[in-house]
Design a binder for this molecule. Structure first.
Ligand SMILES: C[S@@+](CC[C@H](N)C(=O)[O-])C[C@H]1O[C@@H](n2cnc3c(N)ncnc32)[C@H](O)[C@@H]1O
Length: 214
């Protein structure tokens, strides 16, 4: 598919080496600035006690303290260095809601079908080599009718910002994310049915997509 090949600009190895470099400074660079989106996602989940939640690309676990103690959260990521920080956070902040932190590729998960009530991806869609595979896997491991919630930056409709993002696109491998992912193309490729789209973080530059697993 033409659009899918256009989306595949990064390899898993380039992602892993980018986040090996970022891990030590990630919380300072991307902690507070992207935290409103994390909070809004967890609020949007309206978690009930006992809910089984998967967070793909959990990174350093900045979102983990936001989940209530009654739920069970599994976080996965491909970056060992990011996960080390997440694991230390779970111990330091005593987070009983965190059931497991696992090194796993979200594009090919080892979980059985329909294992989770809710599946979340925070700032990951632009980072994985193949967003279509990622969403297919998120849908597979989520129960039918369960929630899939994504927060991500998509290419801007502002002509100046959009042009800048296109100019930055060749740096995707080095930066570890794709600055110019088109939302319509992403939705068409993944077949996601979105119930609600809301802006978040700086001037709504990032979008929260709330979807029901159809
Ligand atoms: C921008 S960071 C977001 C981290 C975290 N969700 C947050 O809110 O700060 C993207 C994360 O996605 C992870 N990632 C990228 N590709 C992945 C994949 N195929 N499977 C699992 N994690 C992946 C990266 O290692 C990195 O930790």
């Amino acid at each position: 598919m033409e659009t899918n090949s256009k989306l595949q600009v990064m390899s898993l190895d380039s992602v892993i080496s980018a986040y090996r470099r970022y891990a030590g400074i990630y919380d300072v660079l991307f902690g507070p600035i992207m935290h409103p989106g994390r909070k809004r996602i967890v609020d949007a989940l309206s978690c009930r006690p006992g809910d089984n939640i998967l967070e793909v690309g959990v990174g350093t676990g900045l979102s983990l303290p936001l989940y209530s103690h009654g739920v069970r959260v599994t976080g996965i990521d491909v970056s060992r260095e990011m996960l080390d920080i997440a694991r230390r956070r779970v111990v330091r902040e005593l987070l009983p809601q965190v059931e497991a932190i696992l090194e796993m590729d979200a594009q090919a998960m080892s979980f059985p079908d329909a294992r989770f009530d809710k599946v979340v991806a925070m700032y990951v869609v632009s980072v994985v080599p193949d967003p279509k595979k990622l969403v297919a896997e998120m849908r597979r491991v989520c129960k039918p009718g369960g929630d899939i919630v994504i927060v991500n930056h998509f290419s801007s409709r502002n002509p100046v910002l959009g042009r800048m993002e296109t100019l930055l696109a060749p740096c995707s491998r080095l930066a570890g994310f794709r600055p110019n992912l088109d939302m319509s193309e992403f939705l068409a490729n993944t077949g996601l049915h979105v119930d609600e789209i809301r802006g978040t973080n700086l001037f709504g530059y990032w979008k929260i997509l709330r979807c029901r697993n159809g």
